[in-house]
Write a new protein. Structure first.
Length: 393
């Protein structure tokens, strides 16, 4: 009987190159893996490892498909030193098929690069876009003209449309319930209630001590902000880096309040010691900017303030009133002061409806006194009298 023949030197060379950067892989196991390869795969892997000896651990995107298959096999066998190659364009770990200058790309990026290389004018809009007679937007519009969503009835290229199509449920990373995914954060998928709670009530990051939307986990399962884990902060205000408002698009509540005050008060608040400037400072520095913003936009008092600014210029620095009428006419002054009044020569005369509400008038006087005492803005004091007169102090 003859003994088992020795493996070819090419096999031994390849097994040695595989174990060169993987000391945890035994030589006998590497020889067995090489013996199970096809001749073409052995040749491609050997040629690539000759040019790139660290290809199994570097994660470079220029690895051929046979080398990618070897890395996947070694990772499945428990070899932790290998690193799968990532796409040259998007950086995701996926099967890389198309070779491009500098490496390889995944299937999705392959289609993007192919479309970019086939540019031409769209036959509908004429824009120089990746074109197959029509660009993507014109193609969707062309299909939507003859189709509609069976759920909402709107024109759509897909049935059901993207708005009506049910989203697959997933396990929320915060409340651990199966629900449709509202956002995918670094900590995992998040449902709608948890997303709303995190956006409306941002927390203080335990690492950087900044108030931000906590969208990531540490190794100890502590919620932290994205920048502390190497991710970006998609909910940071572009002006002040504070958490953006959940109800206002683009800015935080305080920056939105600043813009709203500039719109309502305008040039009237430019005087440093003027009455409107002091009011603007008091509102801009309040503890609850969202409440102040809702008050300016939605309340009758906010509308009254806008009317006051539009009808009366600010007082001068010396305290003398600027030229103009001395009383307010024909404005919305709240539900308790809007009924039963008839204007005459710039004043609001009392009527039977006004006389029948002494409690309402008393509440208005008390409210005006409290506002005057809390803000200290004596120059904008509002006075009421039984005749429902609104005067400038």
């Amino acid at each position: 009987m003859t003994g088992r023949s020795a493996p070819p030197p090419e096999w031994t060379e390849l097994a040695g190159r595989i174990t060169a950067f993987l000391p945890e892989l035994p030589a006998r196991e590497a020889a067995r893996i090489v013996a199970g390869m096809t001749p073409a795969a052995r040749t491609r892997i050997r040629d690539h490892l000759r040019l790139h000896p660290d290809a199994l651990v570097s994660g470079a995107s220029d690895a051929p498909r046979s080398t990618q298959a070897l890395i996947t096999f070694l990772a499945g066998a428990g070899i932790t030193g290998v690193k799968a190659p990532s796409c040259l364009r998007c950086g995701r770990v996926r099967p890389l098929r198309r070779a491009v200058p500098g490496g390889r790309v995944c299937l999705g990026c392959e289609g993007v690069l192919a479309a970019r290389g086939n540019t031409g004018p769209c036959c509908v809009c004429g824009e120089p876009r990746p074109s197959n007679q029509r660009c993507a937007s014109c193609q969707r519009a062309h299909i939507s003209a003859t189709r509609s969503c069976s759920t909402c009835g709107k024109p759509a290229a897909l049935d059901p449309c993207t708005s009506c199509r049910p989203r697959p449920p997933a396990r929320c990373a915060l409340c651990e319930t199966n629900a449709p995914v509202c956002a995918r954060w670094p900590l995992g998928p998040v449902c709608k209630p948890c997303y709303r709670e995190a956006r409306i009530h941002p927390g203080t990051c335990p690492v950087c001590q900044n108030e931000r939307v906590l969208i990531a986990f540490t190794d100890g399962r502590r919620r932290v902000c994205g920048p502390c884990t190497g991710h970006g902060d998609p909910y940071a205000c572009p002006r002040c880096a504070s958490p953006r408002s959940y109800t206002v698009r683009g800015l935080c509540d305080r920056c939105t309040l600043q813009d709203e005050l500039d719109t309502v008060l305008g040039p009237a608040a430019e005087a440093p010691d003027g009455q409107y400037a002091r009011m603007r400072t008091a509102l801009a520095e309040c503890d609850q900017p969202r409440t102040a913003l809702n008050w300016i936009r939605n309340s009758y008092s906010g509308r009254l303030l806008a009317g006051l600014v539009g009808e009366f210029p600010p007082r001068s620095v010396t305290g003398s009133p600027a030229p103009g009428p001395a009383r307010i006419r024909g404005r919305n002054h709240g539900g308790e002061l809007r009924r039963g009044h008839s204007p005459r020569e710039g004043t609001w005369r009392s009527s039977s409806a006004a006389r029948s509400r002494p409690r309402s008038m008393l509440r208005c006087r008390v409210w005006a006194g409290r506002q005057d005492a809390s803000t200290g803005l004596s120059s904008i004091r509002t006075r009421t009298r039984p005749g429902c007169c609104w005067r400038r102090a």
